[in-house]
Design a protein around this ligand. Structure first.
Ligand SMILES: C/C(=C\Cc1cc(O)c2ccccc2c1O)CCC[C@H](C)CCC[C@H](C)CCCC(C)C
Ligand code: SAM
Length: 259
């Protein structure tokens, strides 16, 4: 069943209703990012396919594999957007498992929910969409067997807090798998990425009136952390092990951390 629960009085089935707070679209850094992801939602999937020549699907499959999710698990896809990783997790954990896709953008969740209805695979009934904040997760401690986060950590306003929240809700011995752009220290790789953003991504996005929203990609990658810094972030938050893998010819990276 494709159900989208967006009312502030609807809560994840695991959580007592009064505790959950809804993310309000306010004029602050988080509110502006929320508005950005709402705006780009109608074109987000198509542009990802076009701009990465479909490669993002491979990177996302690697993220699922690193998460260690398996049949029957209860798992979380944080900053799920239109749900690419959520759907892959859903197939991985099967009908005996449960997947929560959480995001603060109503428009992204609306795209995710329509995709769920269109594809209508039996296992997709195990998905619950939650409109919520990655910095204040509406789940009990040690609730998940695995967590994925695709292109989310770079976009949250407080990475330390986000990491602490992931640590809190993941089971001891379980993993988080965090995919994002790699802030490469190799000049060739970072020059190629910046060139792609300036000469392919922003011009294509500008034809949809979204040039500024996609230009944000470049500054957000420059403000992001290197692989070594991401490993340190996870260890400082309290994960027992953290390993960063460069993928996609060094354009992307995946942080795998075990609680
Ligand atoms: C997956 C892509 C973008 C995700 C994405 C993430 C964000 O944080 C955003 C924030 C604001 C707006 C948009 C986004 C957003 O779309 C697309 C990635 C494209 C790459 C930059 C370009 C890849 C070029 C190559 C064709 C890939 C070839 C790799 C090969 C292994 C050599
Ligand atoms: C670039 S998209 C990634 C979507 C999807 N994970 C993917 O891989 O295609 C980043 C997502 O993070 C979400 N996001 C950013 N900050 C968030 C927060 N504090 N809480 C919940 N979602 C957040 C945005 O709404 C957006 O949908």
């Amino acid at each position: 069943m494709a159900s989208l629960q967006l009312s502030p009085t609807n809560f994840p089935s695991c959580w007592p209703a009064p505790v959950r707070r809804r993310c309000q679209p306010v004029r602050c850094a988080a509110g502006e990012r929320q508005a950005l992801f709402d705006r780009i939602a109608p074109v987000y999937d198509n542009l990802n396919d076009l701009l990465s020549l479909g490669q993002h699907r491979i990177w996302k499959r690697m993220t699922i594999s690193w998460s260690g999710a398996k049949l029957g698990d209860r798992v979380l896809d944080l900053c799920c957007g239109s749900g690419d990783l959520t759907f892959l997790l859903s197939e991985k954990v099967g009908s005996s498992g449960k997947v929560f896709g959480l995001d603060f953008s109503k428009e992204q969740l609306s795209v995710a929910s329509s995709r769920q209805s269109l594809r209508a695979r039996p296992c997709f009934e195990n998905i619950e969409w939650i409109e919520g904040d990655a910095l204040d997760l509406p789940f009990p401690d040690s609730y998940f067997d695995a967590i994925t986060m695709g292109y989310g950590l770079r976009n949250v306003v407080d990475r330390e807090k986000s990491m602490r929240e992931m640590l809190r809700v993941v089971n001891s011995g379980s993993r988080i798998s965090v995919l994002d752009f790699n802030k490469s220290l190799q000049p060739l790789s970072s020059s190629f990425r910046d060139w792609m953003i300036d000469n392919a991504i922003v011009p294509v996005a500008s034809s949809y009136g979204l040039a500024e929203d996609y230009a944000y990609l470049k500054s957000s990658i420059n403000d992001f952390l290197t692989g070594a810094e991401l490993e340190k972030l996870a260890l400082d938050a309290g994960f027992s092990n953290a390993q960063y893998y460069e993928i996609g010819a060094g354009l992307m990276g995946n942080l795998v951390a075990t609680r």
